[in-house]
Design a binder for this molecule. Structure first.
Ligand code: NAD
Length: 309
């Protein structure tokens, strides 16, 4: 019987989870978007008389993510009505959603232990033939499912979308050692024909393919700039349209990616590669660490290498 993805559950209603949910909604697939239950009330919630058991509070993270999707520029949705295909929820009251899903996508914090404990929970809740995948940028796919059953691992893989999901064409597919090869082929076909992505099958190596190469390229440029004493606008003038990048050159790209995300990826490669040259290349310059400390994270914080207009 040909496999069908009729319903998806996305866990983690942050930047990526909400972007993936919007993309699914855009191609006509209904999905749940689940997040954790908040541990405390905001001032506004207190003012409205809500308690920690009010549904408005318990679904706060997913609700906010969905409202945020409607405001995004460039838009995350082809048409705003597509939002109706996304159902918000939380990981305590709506766990039964997981049993309805043909595909469960994990998009929570980039932390091995958090992901491992989530997959342990999902194992007892997913339906028998559901695909489970992680959107991790760099945590080992095999380590994430250590301790899970053979059946679970056969249905598990990395599906790494890029930000912003609607606009970024690449989808990396990272099988674990036990992933059923038929599911890998299915996901490539589904990714290309239904989601409109270009898929690349990657080995479970540090930061897979695109982030490893992309971060390397940015690190080389940043380090050369520091050595040569170039200004950021000079570097961007040399690394934008003149080398075939339509708009975003080095520092504009860093502002879009987020300085914290970039530093996290670079540190991860630095800590996990063995080649001494590569290790050295991924040492983040002090000025970038300082920017992260100050909260100059790029577009998301309004200030990075450039100020957001
Ligand atoms: P984010 O911090 O924006 O969102 C993470 C969300 O997960 C938060 O809303 C948080 O409340 C929720 N969460 C945490 N633990 C949870 C749990 N146990 N159950 C349910 N929800 C939980 O993070 P993000 O940027 O969306 O990244 C998510 C994943 O995607 C990470 O693995 C990241 O490495 C990867 N990724 C990020 C980007 C990017 O550009 N931001 C790109 C590609 C991949």
């Amino acid at each position: 019987m040909k496999r069908k993805i009729r319903k998806v559950a996305v866990i983690g209603a942050g930047v990526m989870g909400s972007g993936i949910a919007a993309h699914l909604a855009n191609v006509g697939i209904p999905c749940y978007l689940l997040d954790i239950v908040p541990a405390s009330l905001t001032e506004e919630e207190k003012h409205k008389g809500y308690t920690l058991s009010s549904p408005e509070v318990r679904n706060r993270f997913a609700d906010r993510a969905i409202t945020g999707l409607l405001k995004q520029k460039p838009p995350a949705l082809f048409v705003s009505e597509n939002i109706d295909r996304i159902t918000p929820g939380n990981m305590e009251d709506h766990l039964n959603c997981l049993a309805e899903a043909d595909w469960i996508i994990e998009a929570i914090v980039e932390n091995l232990e958090a992901k491992q404990s989530l997959f342990a929970k999902i194992e007892g809740l997913r339906k028998a033939d559901a695909i489970v995948s992680s959107n991790t940028s760099g945590v080992s796919i095999n380590r994430m499912v250590e301790g899970r059953s053979k059946e679970f691992k056969q249905h598990f893989m990395g599906t790494h979308f890029f930000n912003p999901v609607r606009y970024m064409k690449l989808l990396e597919i990272i099988p674990c050692e036990e992933t059923d090869p038929e599911l890998v082929s299915f996901m490539c076909e589904f990714g290309e024909k239904t989601l409109g992505k270009g898929t690349v099958i990657c080995k479970d190596t540090v930061n897979f393919v695109a982030n490893r190469i992309g971060t390397y390229g940015l690190m080389v440029t940043v380090q050369e700039m520091v050595k040569e004493g170039l200004r950021i606008d000079q570097v961007d003038a040399l690394t934008g349209p003149v080398i075939g990048r339509p708009k975003s050159a080095t520092f504009r790209t860093l502002d879009i990616v987020g300085l914290d995300t970039f530093v996290h990826v670079a540190n991860n490669v630095h800590e996990n590669v063995t080649d001494p040259h590569e290790k050295e290349m991924f040492v983040v310059p002090n000025f970038m660490r300082e920017m992260v400390k100050r909260g100059w994270l790029g577009q998301k914080s309004g200030q990075g290498f450039f100020k957001k207009n």
